[in-house]
Write a protein that binds this ligand. Structure first.
Ligand SMILES: [Zn+2]
Length: 307
């Protein structure tokens, strides 16, 4: 971001903070009297809304379809944060772009990946850092839910029974989705149990489902296919005779279609990771996202290799 833009943003933030400090900050949604819970991206908003039920208003800073790794908050986003009753982040670096704008706010913050053992990123500049996509394991999302219940209890103690009941119901759905995902993918032949994607976003899902993961860039903030990594991916697909490769909804699939062409395999379709679709799209909820990805991966890998 250019310095001038930072400057403008910091002026906006300062003004917002002054306003928030000088008045009784409205900590509820204009359309209701419920406290506003502000998440950094849509996947977290949906998970949080399942726990919150109708006691809290849950919103997301980034919109459906947004690229979330290198997001630049707008002055409007900062104003929303100043008026939120709780700020919900994923952690593990994916929403670090929000930290400098929320550190000074008095709204409490909760980091949903707290308590999860990270899988380190294997390659390039990010090597050794936690892979942020912990939500791609529904098992991990049970820990997200526990962290949300604890934060919501502090925010709205009278709602504790509701939050706990909602969490129990949602965890049952998470377990069903996890079971179906693992069962479907474990049924594939050994050479087809390989997941090749644009971003290295599937480490947790691949671990759960016994898949070998390959990708052409480690984190979407780069969005550049590194020639060495592309060559290695093509070689892997050829050697393993991987029936299909995939790319994520929030980035261009051009590089992966080239990999498919060079390796003589199919492009298997679009997977959702970092963002939900719009409500009328294929993955309006997190549970839909996992179901959609499991179906797409099994359909892609289960078909015969066309060569
Ligand atoms: Zn990502």
């Amino acid at each position: 971001m250019a310095n001038s833009k930072w400057g403008a943003l910091l002026v906006a933030i300062t003004a917002t903070l002054i306003l928030a400090g000088c008045t009784t900050a409205p900590r509820t949604s204009p359309s209701s009297d419920k406290p506003v819970v502000l998440t950094t991206f849509t996947v977290l908003a949906d998970i949080a809304a399942n726990v919150a039920g109708d006691r809290l208003t849950v919103e997301s800073i980034t919109k459906s379809g947004a690229e979330i790794h290198a997001y630049e908050p707008t002055p409007g986003d900062i104003r929303r944060a100043a008026h939120a009753a709780l700020i919900v982040k994923n952690g593990f670096g994916v929403d670090i772009w929000f930290d400098r704008f929320t550190d000074e706010l008095r709204a409490p913050k909760v980091v949903l990946s707290d308590g999860i053992t990270p899988i380190p990123i294997a390659s390039d500049a990010y090597a050794g850092k936690p892979n942020p996509h912990a939500w791609m394991s529904p098992r991990n999302v049970e820990i997200y839910v526990d962290n949300l219940v604890a934060a919501f209890d502090r925010l709205d103690p009278a709602g504790t029974d509701t939050f706990r009941a909602n969490a129990a119901t949602y965890k049952q759905q998470l377990r069903a989705v996890q079971h179906n995902l693992v069962t479907a993918l474990n049924g594939l032949p050994a050479n087809e149990r390989a997941l090749v994607t644009c971003e290295g976003a599937f480490s947790y899902l691949a671990r759960d489902a016994g898949l070998t993961e390959r990708y052409i860039w480690p984190v979407n903030a780069e969005q550049q296919a590194i020639p060495r990594q592309v060559a290695a991916t093509i070689a892997f697909v050829r050697t393993r005779r991987v029936p299909a490769v995939f790319c994520e909804s929030t980035v261009s699939d051009r590089a992966m279609r080239q990999v498919a062409g060079a390796a003589g395999t199919r492009f298997g379709g679009i997977l959702y990771v970092d963002s939900l679709s719009r409500p009328d799209g294929p993955v309006p909820t997190y549970l839909d996202l996992i179901r959609h990805d499991a179906r797409t991966i099994v359909a892609g890998l289960g078909g015969a290799v066309d060569r």
